[in-house]
Design a protein around this ligand. Structure first.
Ligand code: ARG
Ligand code: ZN
Length: 467
């Protein structure tokens, strides 16, 4: 495959940047990935996107999407060329700074050669006009993401990489950006996305929805649901807008749970600190036959009416995952361990078993119905999944949460509450990795020895000797 060829410029880039000089061609191509340990081609080097302006039109019957993506980015090196990630679709035109640019494609890499070089620190605007029938992607773990067609529209979402099926971009969680999405759909259907609905206008046979996500968002948290939905708008505490879009067949079962979003957020703010975004809600879509929920920013997606535990999990991700995002896909436990621990805390705070009791049940093998399920928790260390296919497996969720319970036991409740809130505050709207986490915890609890916790619970193979 061309993959090794494309990696060469990325590896040479720092060297060439040092030796190249002014005048004529001084830039080098940006990398075709950001060296994610699990998804090496995800994201691109050489620039940082601050804003996506997406103008889309979808025709569900013809299964045809037409789009113009306008990215505002800052060069982090002198650039003669740079890559975007886009999987499938046909590219019709690319401009940089208003001028037509050359481009070519290989797999998910769209390489753009601007008319002139871009200087380091320059802010530039790139537009990509594209169209086609967006693809559905099968993840390394077998789940489906990307552009999932439904009986009346689509559910677009993707962790870790499905977003590259419906818009070109820097599809890696390390590059977060604001979004403005304008999408037109046949009259009668609705289009629901992240952030806040700014306008909705119907002209002739189509309705156009404008959504804005002002706070930085990783592209894997972007979503677009098109179809027939029951819409509800209300306000949570402090006037926070709540927008829910529910598959009509799931409406009755969803209502009593989704009505509790304000209550869950009130509880979560007490535990995790201020809610990091300017709106909330949910999307429930059974038609996509998804099989999992996803913490899409502001507005998590559920494959059917959620239960309280799942609602708590996805809302907790808004702090842990969406606001504090992983630096790479290796850091997935920082998302899932925290969201799972939030479930335990919710139970503890609502008259159920304590997090320590949940931990003990997991350790003794009494938590799951089968022995195999119980054993799966010890398959690998949460901070080091063995492959891309396994970043959403039980050790990342349950053993990740067990790490947090170990921290709580080591520092005591008061300090632990400070750490939960402090972690969300310290990396709010940013990115963090496991080393940032261990350093943060150590800093917050001077004198406590975490050596064994990190070694046995976070990085150790197999089941730790002692609970
Ligand atoms: N992050 C989602 C959650 O725990 C699950 C995503 C599953 N995706 C996957 N590719 N396995 O809420
Ligand atoms: Zn999760």
């Amino acid at each position: 495959m061309a993959r090794s060829v494309r990696l060469v410029p990325a590896l040479l880039a720092p060297v060439l940047t040092l030796t190249a000089c002014g005048g004529g061609v001084h830039g080098t191509p940006g990398g075709s990935g950001v060296r994610d340990p699990y998804f090496p081609k995800a994201g691109n080097g050489g620039y940082d996107v601050s804003h996506y302006g997406l103008r889309l039109a979808y025709d569900p019957d013809a299964h045809r999407l037409t789009g113009t993506a306008t990215l505002t980015a800052r060069a982090t090196q002198d650039l003669s060329a740079f890559n975007l990630d886009l999987l499938g679709m046909e590219v019709e035109k690319v401009t940089v700074g208003g001028e037509t640019a050359r481009w070519n494609r290989a797999g998910q890499e769209l390489t753009v050669r601007p008319h002139g070089d871009i200087d380091r620190d320059d802010t530039f605007r790139v537009t990509v006009r594209y169209s086609g029938a967006p693809e559905t992607v099968t993840d390394p773990d077998g789940s489906r993401e990307g552009w999932l067609r439904t009986s009346d529209g689509v559910l677009a979402l993707g962790e870790p990489t499905g977003s590259m099926t419906w818009f070109p971009g820097n599809h890696h969680p390390s590059d977060k950006a604001a979004y403005d999405l304008t999408v037109s759909v046949p009259r009668g259907l609705r289009a629901v996305s992240n952030g806040e609905l700014r306008s909705e206008t119907t002209a002739r046979s189509r309705t156009t929805f404008v959504w804005r996500t002002g706070e930085p968002m990783a592209s894997y948290l972007a979503t677009l649901a098109i179809g027939r939905f029951d819409i509800s708008r209300s306000r949570a505490g402090g006037g926070l807008p709540v927008y829910t879009a529910v598959d009509p067949v799931e409406a009755a079962a969803s209502r009593p749970v989704l009505e509790r979003i304000p209550e869950v957020l009130r509880w979560a703010e007490r535990r995790f600190g201020p809610y990091p975004f300017s709106s909330t809600g949910a999307i429930v879509d059974r038609a996509a036959d998804l099989g999992y929920a996803l913490e899409t920013q502001n507005r998590p997606v559920f494959p059917g009416a959620p239960g309280m535990t799942l609602l708590v999990h996805e809302l907790a991700h808004q702090w842990y995952g969406d606001s504090v995002s992983p630096k790479s896909w290796r850091d997935m436990w920082l998302n899932e361990g925290f969201a799972t621990y939030a479930e335990w805390l919710w139970e503890e705070d609502h008259g159920g078993r304590s997090a320590r009791e949940t931990f003990d049940a997991l350790y003794s093998g009494d938590y799951f119905a089968t022995e195999e399920a119980g054993e799966a928790v010890w398959a690998f260390p949460p901070a080091e999944p063995p492959s891309a296919a396994r970043i959403s497996e039980p050790p990342v969720y349950w053993r990740g949460a067990m790490v947090l319970e170990k921290v709580r036991q080591a520092v005591g409740d008061e300090a632990f509450w400070r750490i939960l809130k402090g972690w969300a505050a310290e990396y709010r709207h940013g990115n963090a990795d496991t080393a940032d986490f261990t350093a943060y915890v150590e800093e917050q609890a001077p004198g406590v020895d975490f050596e064994a916790v990190w070694e046995d619970w976070l990085y150790g193979e197999g089941k730790p000797e002692r609970a």
